[in-house]
Design a protein around this ligand. Structure first.
Ligand SMILES: CC(C)(COP(=O)(O)OP(=O)(O)OC[C@H]1O[C@@H](n2cnc3c(N)ncnc32)[C@H](O)[C@@H]1OP(=O)(O)O)[C@@H](O)C(=O)NCCC(=O)NCCS
Length: 164
């Protein structure tokens, strides 16, 4: 693990667009992505993906990872839940504890806004992410078998969650 002062987690700002779009393009694979590979000129933020919904990890002066945390639906009935809808760390910054730090920051943010549960969906074959989530107290709450067809393979959609 790096020393705490080597990286910093903060809320994203619109100026992070290029760095985050690059992370998405370079890390894209069927291990975690259910959307098509982003085009080179595709912006990261749009009207449904706003900077304030993201926490980013900075290593030195570079943005090298992010987590997106949003309510799972627009219903008042799910206002007590936050859902992780995206977590990624650039290849060159992996294995330094940044993924764990982003996940802990998302849990902390869920607590801070007064929500009581945090959930996510992870592909069944995404062992690194599943190990990370399990080690931070997330448990499997449901499995949609062969819910996704990715690169010619049927993949389970695994629902995980935990109280905060
Ligand atoms: C999952 C991901 C965010 C982890 O980021 P990271 O910064 O490398 O993770 P950390 O260094 O904080 O590692 C935390 C834990 O994750 C697990 N982990 C990370 N990489 C792993 C690997 N290659 N194999 C198995 N477990 C792994 C381990 O439990 C690790 O804890 P340990 O170091 O004590 O063994 C990163 O691999 C990534 O961006 N993957 C592609 C995107 C993705 O899959 N996102 C999740 C979508 S649901």
């Amino acid at each position: 693990m790096p020393e705490p002062d080597e990286f910093r987690i903060r809320t994203a700002r619109s100026a992070d667009d290029e760095a985050l779009a690059l992370i998405d393009r370079l890390t894209w694979s069927h291990l975690h992505a259910v959307m098509p590979r982003p085009a080179p000129d595709e912006p990261f933020f749009d009207e449904r993906h706003l900077p304030e919904d993201y926490l980013v990890a900075e290593l030195g002066d570079r943005v090298v990872g992010y987590v997106r945390l949003v309510p799972p639906t627009s219903l008042a009935a799910t206002a007590h839940v936050r859902q992780i809808q995206g977590l990624a760390v650039a290849d060159e910054a992996r294995g330094k504890g940044l993924g764990r730090a982003l996940l802990r920051a998302a849990v902390e943010e869920t607590r801070r806004v007064g929500a009581r549960r945090i959930t996510l969906r992870v592909l069944g074959h995404n062992t690194p992410a599943r190990k990370l989530y399990e080690s931070e107290g997330f448990v499997v709450e449901g499995i949609l078998p062969e819910e996704l067809l990715l690169g010619g393979e049927y993949v389970d959609d695994v629902l995980m969650g935990r109280p905060v």
